[in-house]
Structure formats: structure tokens, C-alpha cells
Design a protein around this ligand. Structure first.
Ligand SMILES: Nc1ncnc2c1ncn2[C@@H]1O[C@H](COP(=O)(O)OP(=O)(O)OP(=O)(O)O)[C@@H](O)[C@H]1O
Length: 267
């Protein structure tokens, strides 16, 4: 039997709400509706789900999806052992059995066959067929499926089918507005508000370059990194170069533009 306790979110995660998403999520969970969280990388999607799992006191099982992931990685497989074979539940099966919230991060990365296995879990059936084992699981009453999805990365090859999308309710996230982002940086790193304000202004400048040489703006996650480095004693200009600029671009012109914006901000 799987120990539910290991998947509990023990401490309240710090989550700065951007609107009424907490109440809306509670309504979706009360009806056990599947949820999709959309938005750019590092804008708070995972933190939100972690916070909701804590608030609803549900175990949380997170799976980072990747392009090599198969349905068996989610559902489970037989393992060969010295005296035979043993079935090992995958994370989705475990979540369905114990009544956890199962969060499939970046589900669009996974192969098509994985999306097929989630379908019967997302409608009135709430079932999960373990084909290889010849078992049909009825999901626990508390089970809920959540997926994340970054519309910025979608392409013809990699997009969720409408038949998948239309099984979910959805929350659209974006980077928090300046005042909220400043309070996130202060809470997450412990830096002072004035420095947080400067970092957020660098973030805003970079986000304006999206579509003009940058595929994505600087995420809140990277701003937290820069804030943490500054709090640890790194000079702000160095922290910004290292945490905000070098990770996101290889283009010299864009890099120089951002470096100048940083120099001007912290001059
Ligand atoms: N609303 C928020 N409240 C608290 N912290 C936040 C919030 N938004 C972003 N953060 C900070 O940004 C970091 C990244 O957020 P998170 O991991 O939730 O991103 P994500 O949107 O799930 O990204 P990805 O799509 O890459 O998984 C968090 O670890 C946290 O420090």
C-alpha cells in the first residue's frame, strides 16, 4: 500500500494570489473537474498547485513530462525480478488510487499515447485502464488531474488536441503585475523592497523584447534567483547578468541591450 503521507504538502507554500484563482480552483476541485494551468515558464503555476494541494489537504504527485515519456511511465509497468515479475504502479495510477492531485507538468512534451491514457480519467468515467495488467481502476473520489501547458512553446507538432483541451477547465497565468512581483521577490529572497523594485523594472524591460529577439521574457523564477544572489552578497549588476540575461539569450545584441538596461537601473 502506498503511503499517502509522503505526498502531503506539509508546510504552507508562500503563494501570492494574482486574482480570484484560489476560490475558482476550490470550486473546480469541489466538482472534481480537471484543471489546466497555462502560462509562460516560471510565472507561478506549479507554486499555485502546490499551494492548492496544501489548502485542500490533498496529497500532490507531480510528474515532469518529457518527450521520451511513455504511457507506461505514467501508468506503471511489470518489473522483472529473480522469481518472476512484479507490477509497479506509475505516478498517475498511484494518484488515482490514493486520491491525490496529479500534476502533469508540461504535458504537451509527452508522447501522444500518454494523452490517450488520461482521457477516461477526465470525464464522467474517472477510470484508468491498466491494459498491460488487465485492470480497470476507478479513481478515488478525491483524485483530481491537473496539467500545465505553456502556449508559448506550442507548434503544429506539439500542441494538445482539442479533444484533450476540451476535457479541462483552465487558468491563464502571466507574470504578476509589478507590485505583486515585488512582494514575491521580497518574500522569497528577503531582499529590500527598493532592490526588488529595480529587479522588477529590469524584468519589465526584458518582457518588452518578447517577439523582438526574445522568445520568452524573464520569468519571476529568474528574478527570484537574482534577488537571492543579491541577498547573498553578489553585486546587483553581476547577479542580474548571471541570473537574468545569460540564461535566456545567446544573441549578442539582445544581451548587450539587456546589460545596458541593468547598468542604467543599478547605476
Ligand atoms: N504568485 C506567486 N507566489 C509566490 N511565488 C511565486 C509566484 N509566482 C512565481 N513565484 C516564484 O517563481 C518561482 C517559479 O514559479 P513556478 O515554479 O510556480 O513556475 P511555473 O509557472 O510552474 O514554471 P514552469 O512552467 O517552468 O514549471 C517559484 O519558485 C516562486 O519563487
Amino acid at each position: 500500500m502506498t503511503d499517502k503521507e509522503q505526498f502531503k504538502v506539509r508546510e504552507e507554500p508562500f503563494y501570492q494570489a494574482q486574482g480570484n484563482e484560489v476560490a475558482l480552483y476550490e470550486a473546480a476541485y469541489a466538482a472534481r473537474l480537471p484543471v489546466m494551468v497555462k502560462g509562460p515558464t516560471g510565472c507561478g503555476k506549479s507554486r499555485f498547485i502546490e499551494y492548492m494541494a496544501w489548502k485542500l489537504a490533498r496529497p500532490l504527485i507531480t510528474v515532469a513530462c518529457n518527450e521520451d515519456m511513455t504511457a507506461s511511465d505514467l501508468v506503471g509497468r511489470y518489473l522483472l525480478e529473480a522469481n518472476g515479475t512484479r507490477w509497479l504502479d506509475g505516478p498517475l495510477t498511484t494518484a488515482a488510487r490514493i486520491g491525490a492531485i496529479c500534476y502533469l507538468d508540461e504535458v504537451v512534451e509527452a508522447r501522444q499515447d500518454t494523452t490517450v491514457v488520461i482521457h477516461p480519467l477526465t470525464d464522467h468515467r474517472r477510470t484508468l485502464p491498466l491494459d498491460k495488467k488487465g485492470e480497470l481502476i476507478q479513481a478515488h473520489a478525491d483524485f483530481q488531474l491537473v496539467i500545465s501547458y505553456n502556449p508559448g512553446y506550442q507548434s503544429l507538432m506539439k500542441d494538445l488536441k482539442q479533444s484533450t483541451k476540451q476535457r479541462f477547465t483552465a487558468f491563464e497565468f502571466d507574470y504578476p503585475d509589478a507590485a505583486l512581483e515585488i512582494s514575491i521577490l521580497v518574500s522569497e529572497s528577503g531582499i529590500d523592497e527598493a532592490t526588488a523594485r529595480q529587479l522588477v523594472s529590469v524584468g519589465a524591460a526584458a518582457r518588452r523584447l518578447k517577439g523582438h529577439g526574445l522568445d520568452e521574457g524573464i520569468s519571476t523564477r529568474l528574478l527570484v534567483y537574482a534577488a537571492t544572489l543579491i541577498k547573498g552578497g553578489v553585486a546587483p549588476v553581476d547577479a542580474c547578468r548571471m541570473a537574468l540575461v545569460r540564461p535566456i539569450t545567446d544573441d549578442r545584441d539582445i544581451r548587450d541591450t539587456l546589460d545596458h538596461a541593468i547598468d542604467a537601473t543599478f547605476a
